[in-house]
Design a protein around this ligand. Structure first.
Ligand code: 5GP
Length: 225
């Protein structure tokens, strides 16, 4: 049995509509790599690709990392109600295209939104059933180090991103879970369990509960006849 099968067998529940999962974390928390690993290891997730007005970093691919758009196009999407949420972050705009998210959830996929805090709060307000997870490295030193190692940002941008991290740290209580990313494999597994366990909430299994009730009533009636 492959790892994938084991993970699936762990949750023999009815999967109806997929869940909305919001992942946030400081810039440099390693959440991008974590998302990549999660997608590679499990096939029941879909990762939403955001639209942004930011310039692509070297190696970033249009339609895979982001849809890189002009401000004009971004605000056009906003006006046409094509974005589920949006926010500004360090001089740029970022937003979640609505149609992909709705379509994947309908298919039963758990849709991951890797977005910042303002957007996360908007999603929680619109979709109270969504799960909000905050990813952090074990120490602040590691944050700065990871941003510098990436080598794609100027010192000025790194300073702005660290300032943003300090601001975001004030809002962590709005999240449902916090994961300390000290080991990629371990954190990926924890994240997967955490998300999949949400499917075991009774309110996520209402169809199953109703079926059990109905079957019991039928069974009981047949005993009395
Ligand atoms: P980066 O420029 O490092 O790719 O992203 C900057 C921040 O914007 C990150 O915290 C990232 O999670 C967030 N972000 C990316 N896409 C979206 C989005 O669609 N909506 C919101 N609200 N934040 C986003």
């Amino acid at each position: 049995m492959s790892d994938k099968t084991i993970e699936k067998a762990h949750h023999p529940f009815i999967r109806n509509k997929g869940m909305l999962v919001v992942i946030s974390g400081f810039s440099g928390s390693g959440k991008g790599t974590l998302m990549k690993q999660l997608m590679e290891n499990y096939d029941y997730y879909s990762l939403s690709v955001s639209a942004t007005t930011r310039q692509p970093r070297p190696g970033e691919v249009e339609g895979k990392d982001y849809f890189f758009v002009t401000k004009q196009k971004f605000f056009g999407m906003l006006q046409n109600d094509e974005l589920l949420e949006y926010a500004s972050y360090v001089d740029n705009f970022y937003g979640t295209p609505r149609s992909y998210v709705e379509q994947e959830m309908e298919k039963g996929k758990d849709v991951i939104l890797e977005i910042e805090m303002q957007g996360a709060l908007k999603i929680k307000a619109k979709f109270p059933e969504s799960v909000l997870v905050f990813i952090t490295p074990p120490t602040v030193e590691e944050l700065g180090e990871r941003l510098r190692k990436r080598g794609t940002e100027t010192e000025e941008v790194i300073r702005k991103r660290m300032a943003k991290a300090a601001q975001e740290a004030e809002g962590i209580e709005a999240y449902d879970y916090i994961l300390i990313n000290d080991n990629l494999d371990k954190t990926t597994k924890h994240l997967n369990y955490l998300i999949q366990d949400q499917h075991m909430r009774v309110r996520s299994q209402i169809d199953f509960v109703e079926k059990i009730r109905k079957d019991l009533r039928t069974y009981y009636t047949s005993l009395n006849n």
